[in-house]
Ligand binder design. Structure first.
Ligand code: HEC
Ligand code: HEC
Length: 339
């Protein structure tokens, strides 16, 4: 059967208006992440889709001490943008979910993380925000009170309305913080430019360090693998597991004692001191630590062994680690506090 022309025109006019109506009803502008060449797309669950207004709200919240009881601490007090959203002290005053004294990690590229915290105990980004807001030693507040406070602030009421069409709520607060954090992407270090074919991006020393890093002799790439230089798995490097049992705290499985998640090494020059407890002050100490085969916990990974390394090789390895610093991400104005 063929539609005669006037009926066809009416139908298409109707469909056109319907489409216009639907698109006007949805004020949200979808935001697509600027994904570095060669990286997979991060998975973003349906209920956490990114829009400009959600990211803007999350950005404001991230830098706002309004989320702490005394109005003096924000997420950025520990996750400092100038240190790749990490901190420059061994342990910040307090840690998420009172898990013990931990070093503050970088937040770059969290959109790709399959789990969070040094023992991998938090399965998604939104749940992470519940910890610091409620933990006594951190922001010492609770989410319901934080939302009540936001609901008394006219600008936040407007921003939540724009972003989620609701009043401030726990559900939307943690999603907005997650939205902003998913935009924090760093994938344009000299190392990346080198991988994309710009051979001048790494100097000779960094190039030597590159091959050493992924060599069997050094073995770094066995755990620090893939585009974020982590296998997202858990290993025991020999730190005293009586002090912090790491993943064992989560699983109670004796073989998990002293295991911690392999951290990404992106922007590693900016995030000293190192390790879950901030016990190693600089990259030289980290390499010395690995060269002597790690620490001496009974449960230590079989992948660690004594490595003899000359001071020149050490310099090369450090040059390679330096090539993982992405200065363009640090300067990205969209990551910084709103003016
Ligand atoms: C007092 C310092 C402090 C404050 C304030 C703080 N954090 Fe953290 N953050 C940490 C520490 C320390 C860890 C590591 C916890 C661990 O591994 O046990 C962490 C871990 C994280 C992680 C997981 C990263 C990873 O590598 O798994 C995310 C995401 C995060 N914080 C986001 C936030 C957000 C959002 C806020 C504000 C609502 C915030 N943090 C406030 C210190 C802080
Ligand atoms: C057996 C797996 C494994 C091997 C091999 C390995 N690492 Fe690690 N690396 C880890 C884990 C796990 C951590 C985190 C330990 C902790 O938090 O206590 C870590 C931490 C680090 C850190 C500190 C990161 C931070 O944010 O604090 C640096 C730097 C580092 N490794 C570099 C190297 C280099 C260089 C080599 C090769 C000499 C190497 N790693 C070999 C698993 C490994």
């Amino acid at each position: 059967m063929h539609l005669n022309k006037p009926v066809f025109t009416t139908v298409s006019l109707f469909l056109g208006m319907l489409f216009l109506f639907i698109s006007c009803g949805n004020k949200q502008t979808d935001f697509s992440l600027d994904i570095p060449q060669g990286w997979p797309k991060p998975e973003i669950p349906k209920d956490k889709q990114l829009t400009e207004s959600r990211i803007l709200l999350g950005r404001k919240l991230f830098y706002d001490p309004i989320l702490s009881r005394n109005g003096d601490i924000s997420c950025a007090s520990c996750h400092k943008p100038e240190f790749a959203f990490a901190d420059s002290v061994a342990v910040s005053t307090g840690t998420h979910a009172a898990l013990g004294n931990r070093n503050t990690p970088s937040l770059f590229n969290v959109a790709w993380y399959p789990h969070f915290f040094a023992e991998g105990g938090v399965p998604n980004l939104e749940l992470v925000a519940v910890g610091p807001i409620q933990t006594d030693v951190e922001m010492g507040f609770n989410l319901a009170e934080a939302c009540n406070r936001l609901a008394r602030d006219e600008e936040y009421v407007r921003l939540f309305k724009e972003a989620y069409d609701t009043v401030p709520s726990t559900y939307t607060l943690v999603r907005a913080l997650g939205a902003f954090q998913r935009t924090l992407i760093s994938g344009n270090a000299p190392y990346d430019r080198f991988l994309r074919g710009d051979s001048s991006a790494l100097n000779a020393s960094a190039r030597k360090g590159f091959s050493m890093f992924f060599s069997d002799k050094m073995g770094c790439g066995k755990c620090h693998s893939d585009f974020l230089l982590t296998d997202f798995s858990f290993h025991n490097l020999g730190f005293n597991s009586e002090i912090d049992p790491g993943r064992y705290r989560l699983t109670s499985n004796p073989s998990d004692k002293g295991k911690f998640r392999t951290p990404s090494l992106r922007n590693i020059t900016l995030t000293a001191p190192y390790m879950h407890n901030g016990s190693l002050s600089d990259l030289e100490s980290v390499i010395d630590f690995y060269a002597k085969g790690g620490g001496d916990d009974v449960n230590k990974s079989a992948l660690l062994h004594v490595i003899s390394i000359t001071s020149e090789e050490k310099r090369d390895l450090i040059s390679f680690l330096e090539s993982l610093t992405d200065s363009s991400a640090l300067k990205n104005p969209n990551y910084l506090p709103l003016k």
